[in-house]
Design a protein around this ligand. Structure first.
Ligand code: PEP
Ligand code: MN
Length: 360
């Protein structure tokens, strides 16, 4: 099912991508107003704040709920910024609209739940408002697209996606793994859908925000949603990842925004070189599999097992070391050869089983 989309029409500075900013949560009226005033002064056009907060465990700050909505309305009236918040239930939608919310977003936990998504879509039927859908917590592109489809089927056309990274059991550098290939594939599948990057929830740490913003720009993302707070260390949720409006302004000012539409002659030439090299890679792979099949026949004749783990380890080690010498990532090379080896094993097993069938 193709999505029927219309432009989001969200304001931005001419020199900058679309930027949505504000605190993780609306904590107090003072916190909201002082953060919003500083952001507006720095030229931010769209304000964010969580009114209902999904928390992993009970007992944390779960948002002020309806009480905070008049504060948001005040932000809109006093600064002229558009206001946005997360909605997870039809009740949230009703209240958000009642208080003049301009942009809604669907949180990662809600996108992952088709029942909740359908209930949201039903409650938004007939309403023309931009809705941004965060990726589900698990790396499932179809689930992400499915959530967008449910909204689109309910008549919402001003849709966008927010990439906020994917949850993983092992925490390394990032709070949520970026897995950039997933939003890149989303863009390939739905080219007209704007994608906004959320470096705050990907990084989970202040110092990762600037490099993640730049990476998003280099990959051609359409905008950024960044958490900012007038006093980040004292924030009631996500304190480690929030920055002051001043710091946010510094981060945005030093961003290099590249032009994704500029197709120069030089680029065309380089792409044709890449095409030639890809051609050679495919031919080499075909030759390699041809020999693998010959080895498969040999193994069959000599009654050997297909998987010779010593040989497999030797290949992985040799190519990993070679990659490092050629200025490539050793882990990357190991992954490539894991894939190639998997396919070789599959082809050799097919040879073995085919012969068996013939003998029977
Ligand atoms: C948020 O934006 O504050 C939030 C809760 O995000 P996510 O749904 O990405 O976890
Ligand atoms: Mn947050």
């Amino acid at each position: 099912m193709e999505l029927e989309l219309q432009p989001l029409e969200m304001p931005s500075d001419r020199k900058r991508p679309v930027v949505i900013s504000g605190p993780c949560s609306a904590e107090t009226e003072e916190q909201l107003i002082s953060t919003a005033a500083a952001l507006a002064e720095k030229g931010c056009h769209i304000f964010r704040a969580g009114i209902w907060k999904p928390r992993t465990k009970p007992g944390g700050f779960e948002g002020n709920g309806e009480k905070a909505l008049p504060w948001m309305k005040r932000v809109k009236d006093e600064t002229g910024m558009l206001i946005s918040t997360e909605v997870a239930t039809p009740e949230h939608v009703e209240l958000a609209l009642k208080y003049g919310m301009d942009v809604l977003w669907v949180g990662a936990r809600t996108t992952a739940n088709p029942f909740a998504m359908q209930a949201l879509a039903d409650s938004l039927k007939g309403i023309d408002i931009p809705v941004l859908v965060k990726n589900p917590v698990n790396p499932d592109l179809e689930l992400w697209i499915g959530a967008l489809q449910r909204l689109n089927q309910a008549g919402l056309k001003r849709l966008g996606a927010i990439h906020r990274g994917f949850s993983s059991y092992e925490k390394k550098i990032y709070r949520n793994l970026p897995m950039w290939q997933i939003p890149i594939e989303l863009h390939r599948r739905i080219p007209d859908l704007p994608i906004i990057c959320d470096p705050s929830h990907i990084g989970g740490r202040r110092d990762l925000i600037a490099p993640l913003c730049q990476q998003a720009m280099d990959l051609g993302f359409d905008g950024l949603i960044v958490e900012s707070h007038c006093n980040p260390d004292e924030a009631w949720s996500d304190a480690k990842q929030q920055v002051t409006p001043d710091i946010l302004d510094d981060i945005l000012s030093s961003l290099v925004v590249r032009n994704g539409h500029c197709k120069t002659e030089g680029l065309r030439q380089l792409r044709s070189q890449i095409d030639d090299l890809d051609n050679s890679l495919m031919e080499l792979l075909a030759k390699r599999f041809h020999i693998c099949r010959e080895i498969g026949r040999y193994k069959k004749e000599h009654n050997m097992t297909v998987l010779q783990s010593e040989r497999y380890n030797e290949i992985l080690e040799k190519r990993g070391a070679q990659a490092a010498l050629c200025g490539m990532d050793a882990e990357f090379a190991a992954h490539v050869f894991e894939f190639i080896h998997e396919e070789s094993v599959r082809q050799q097993l097919a040879i073995l089983n085919h012969r068996k069938e013939k003998q029977e």
